[in-house]
Ligand binder design. Structure first.
Ligand SMILES: N[C@@H](CCC(=O)N[C@@H](CS)C(=O)NCC(=O)O)C(=O)O
Length: 229
């Protein structure tokens, strides 16, 4: 049985990607939750993750003796292991396009990732308004997301970026949750796509778990104080 090591569902955007991909594609796996405490060398999180992945990060996929870390490598490994599931588009040109979009997400959108950390259960719309007002870099990245989603949806005809659900939709799923948390302004057709993704059972399952988690971690919360107990 495949094992997928993930972090907190409210916060761990990288973990979300392979988890929703596997759930939605119907790939059976055992989830191993490694709760964030801190990312310090001596933390429980680091010690538990380093035991399997010397890079010290989640997600990690374990397939018997084989350990795959880094989200893009995990997605590629799954696509190769389950060719019938067509996790990448079948057409070579479309597949190249999907890989490019995922690589763009993997290596880019640094301002969105840093300034708008994933926080599924929070309403940070006021912070989102200020960030959009003050950061030209964030505005440019949101514009690029809109342009990319529109172009892909137009050429595939939807409902997902490349027609049917696949790696690209999983890759951008945490962008959708950030757009919602920070109420980042996007046009209606982009919101409709994000809502379609969030309604998929595999994605909804992650979001429901994230909402039920109710763990507040100061180091993941630049904009909120811990709720008073
Ligand atoms: N490039 C890695 C990034 C993974 C990553 O940054 N994961 C975060 C959790 S969402 C983590 O484990 N952080 C621990 C740390 O930074 O020490 C991937 O694509 O999987």
């Amino acid at each position: 049985m495949l094992k997928l090591y993930v972090g907190n569902k409210n916060y761990s955007s990288w973990s979300m990607r392979p988890w929703v991909l596997m759930k939605q594609a119907g790939i059976p796996f055992e989830e191993v939750m490694v709760r964030f405490d801190s990312f310090d060398a001596g933390s429980n999180f680091k010690q538990a993750v380093m035991a399997i992945n010397p890079a010290g990060k989640v997600p990690v996929l374990q397939d018997g003796e084989i350990v795959v870390y880094d989200t893009l490598a995990i997605c590629e490994y799954l696509a190769e292991s389950f060719p019938d599931l067509k996790l990448w588009p079948e057409d070579r040109a479309r597949r190249a396009r999907a890989r490019s979009a995922c690589a763009e997400m993997h290596a880019g959108f640094g301002t969105l990732r840093n300034a708008c950390g994933m926080n599924i259960e929070a309403d940070l719309s006021a912070q989102g308004r200020l960030l959009m007002r003050d950061s030209a870099a964030l505005r440019a990245e949101v514009d690029r997301i809109v342009q990319l989603f529109r172009e892909l949806l137009r050429s595939s005809g939807g409902p997902m970026l490349f027609g049917e659900f696949g790696i690209a939709d999983a890759y951008f799923a945490p962008v959708g949750t950030r757009i919602k948390t920070y109420a980042l302004p996007v046009p209606g057709d982009v919101t409709a796509y994000i809502e379609r993704v969030q309604a998929l059972p595999g994605v909804k399952a992650w979001i429901d778990d994230a909402l039920a988690e109710k763990i507040f971690l100061d180091f993941e919360e630049p904009y909120r104080e811990a709720p008073r107990s």
